[in-house]
Write a protein that binds this ligand. Structure first.
Ligand SMILES: NC(=O)c1ccc[n+]([C@@H]2O[C@H](COP(=O)([O-])OP(=O)(O)OC[C@H]3O[C@@H](n4cnc5c(N)ncnc54)[C@H](O)[C@@H]3O)[C@@H](O)[C@H]2O)c1
Length: 346
């Protein structure tokens, strides 16, 4: 068996904490090359994980691999993905897909032209609760989704490392970094309907205060350029609506990452998983007490990507769906700026 040769661009936290260890467990793949703008960092990571090539030029790395994982700050996702796809290399790009819809479109065009695979690491879809929720939604038990509530809420956990508070490098804050995950999951669970209209607001009052209490390190208000809280109302082509709230730094009793779907036949809560229904003239809430989990989500994601590159499966995360997430995020930022709702035409 010829192993799929994988390279990684951006040797930071998510590369070393998730992707490299996961892909190194996949028998059909071999981790071949690593590159980072910080060459010392790339060498350190290559040494730690036994990766053969440390590259300083992307074209050079692309010549050595079959598939590229992109784990750089968000600003570099689109250019790196397009360069890799044009060179005939499959791509899995970290979330968010890119900074805006136009960049996502350009990535999809490059994938379609090259015939290579493009997918986005929306890993929540591989979690056992999410896969179980998808089975319930697909069974029709909840009926047609009508109102979808999405909460991606952290109490005072602004990332105090990396470049997460740079607008230039990340494109935004809590929404593009954390909200995107649960928004992606909610759209996928409810049938991936296209967004048509968005009204949203963003805030960063808490992170601009001096001497905040923050569990995830120190934040500097002088360089804090993004939102720490966002709320939005999103209309979908299906007729359903999404009510989204996301924050890195809310004044709430505790963190909450949850989705609640009200459908025509019943309701579904995710994290924790619960079905709400009426039956036999009564109201029932069914709690799920055990969900099988054979493998971790990161390993499932890695194995699935390798299978897709080998033509044995199609990507669970379709790039058009990731583009819808990015166009909603872009529209929330625009709506927050103008104070008006934004129509999504694409
Ligand atoms: N799926 C998730 O849950 C999850 C979690 C964390 C981060 N992420 C995503 O992963 C990406 C990276 O986040 P991170 O937490 O690893 O950040 P990080 O700051 O820890 O690592 C980023 C690395 O990229 C390198 N880099 C910067 N610009 C580069 C360039 N142009 N070319 C090559 N390397 C470059 C940096 O030197 C650094 O080593 C972001 O897009 C982020 O949104 C996803």
């Amino acid at each position: 068996m010829t192993k799929l040769k994988i390279g990684i661009l951006g040797a930071g936290g998510i590369a070393t904490g998730r992707h490299i260890p996961a892909f190194q467990q996949v028998e059909e793949a071999s981790f071949t090359a690593v590159m980072d703008v910080n060459e010392d960092r790339a060498r350190e990571v290559a040494h730690k994980f036994g990766i053969g090539h440390v590259c300083t030029n992307l074209d050079d790395m692309l010549g050595k691999i079959d598939a590229l994982l992109i784990t750089t700050p968000n600003k570099f996702h689109a250019p790196a993905a397009i360069q890799a796809l044009n060179a005939g290399v499959h791509v899995m790009c970290e979330k968010p897909m890119a900074l805006n819809t136009k960049e996502c479109e350009d990535m999809i065009t490059a994938a379609e032209k090259s015939g290579k695979m493009l997918t986005i690491a929306y890993h929540y879809r591989f979690m056992k609760e999410a896969r179980a929720a998808k089975r319930i939604m697909d069974s029709g038990e909840i009926g047609e989704p009508l109102v979808i509530r999405v909460k991606a809420m952290r109490r005072r956990k602004v990332p105090g490392w990396g470049v997460f508070t740079s607008r230039d490098l990340q494109g935004g804050g809590a929404l593009i970094d954390y909200g995107c995950h649960l928004l992606d999951l909610a759209l996928w669970l409810t049938g991936s309907s296209k967004p048509t209209e968005v009204s949203g607001t963003t805030y960063n009052h808490l992170s601009m205060q001096k001497e905040q209490v923050n569990e995830w390190g120190t934040i500097n208000p002088a360089t804090f350029e993004v939102e720490d809280h966002a709320a939005a109302f999103i209309r979908l082509e299906s007729g359903a609506v999404v009510m989204l709230e996301t924050s890195w730094a809310a004044n709430i009793p505790e963190d909450e990452g949850a989705i609640s779907i009200s459908g025509t036949k019943g309701g579904l809560e995710v994290f924790p998983l619960r079905i709400n229904k009426s039956e036999h003239g009564m109201l029932f809430n069914s709690d799920v007490t055990w969900i099988p989990e054979e493998k971790s989500f990161e390993l499932l994601q890695a194995e699935h990507f390798v299978q897709c590159c080998r033509g044995e499966s199609v990507p669970l995360v379709n790039p058009y769906e990731s583009m819808f997430v990015s166009s909603i995020i872009e529209s929330i930022y625009e709506s927050a700026k103008t104070g008006s709702s934004v129509q999504i035409k694409r």
